[in-house]
Design a protein around this ligand. Sequence first.
Ligand code: FAD
Length: 310
Amino acid sequence: MLSQKALLLGASRRPELRRLVTGTPATCRVVDRFVAGETLDDALAVVRRLTGEGIAVTLDHLGEGVTDRAEAVRSRDAYLALLDGLAPLDLGPAAEVSVKLSAFGQALPGGGTDLALELVRPVAEAASAIGTTVTLDMEESHTIDSTLTVLAALRRDHPGTGAVLQAALHRTLDDAAALAVPGSRVRLVKGAYDEPPSVAYQGRHEVDAAYARCLGVLVRGPGYPMVGTHDPRLLAVAQRLATLVGRTPDSWEVQLLYGIRTAEQRRLAAAGCTVRAYVPYGVDWYGYFMRRLAERPANLRFFLRSLATT
Ligand code: FAD
């Protein structure tokens, strides 16, 4: 039988189910917890608030799995508008952007990787022009080689382009070693997608142990590790390791999702850590929202209770 998590992750890939959860006040309340708003102005207001509190941001214009070139071009244009909006704030690297290549046409047949590279390149150029960077989010395991190909091409002109590695995958320790090179920005996460046992660890403890191993490679290496987790034990491991190898706060950072463990985000920033919040915005929140429900049974219970009391 499929687990609740697998069911929710399956539903996250079926946009036609979106109408089942859309449009109720309860949905709006719960979505608002995880998403900064639907418009660029909403996102910029959150950027001003968080950076004012000493928390850096990486902005995600929501969207994924586009099925035609026109939609992919619209994703590019949305990011260019976002970077235009960030320019006058003059935040430099304190406000960067995260992109999902599936929103840039990566999955389109016959040359999706090339199309994604063609469309993401101007975004990397616009980011460099205002002194900031792009990080390529990582999606399902079958997209990793394509994403790493785009990463390598972008890094030739924009060496600050960031990568994401998912500790749950068997291949990740090798990928971490390959990416632990000078200047290499790598966000390490546990992994948000439902992956089969042939490619991924299935148990929570196995994933946590794999995360700690990859963390060791990245923190001891010469790159710039970005520790993407809310897990207090792994955050403590990262802090201990960073201290042990003599990393200064400007040589690594902690990243958490907007709306999750916000008190901890402020506490870490006040304690001198570099903290960055991942801030999603836009109308296409369905897939992102369903993954957040899947991560934590309490989120689903809260959502269902809200629906019942609407
Ligand atoms: P968990 O063990 O899941 O959670 C630890 C604790 O954190 C929980 O006990 C709870 O207190 C809190 N928590 C975790 N998730 C939630 C939630 N949804 N709601 C409320 N509380 C929660 N995954 C990818 O596959 N690709 C990416 O590109 C990617 N980018 C990410 C960027 C950032 C900055 C972060 C923080 C995560 C990203 N993820 C990405 C998601 C990641 O893979 C995990 O699915 C997610 O972070 C939950 O795992 P965890 O490390 O927080 O640990």
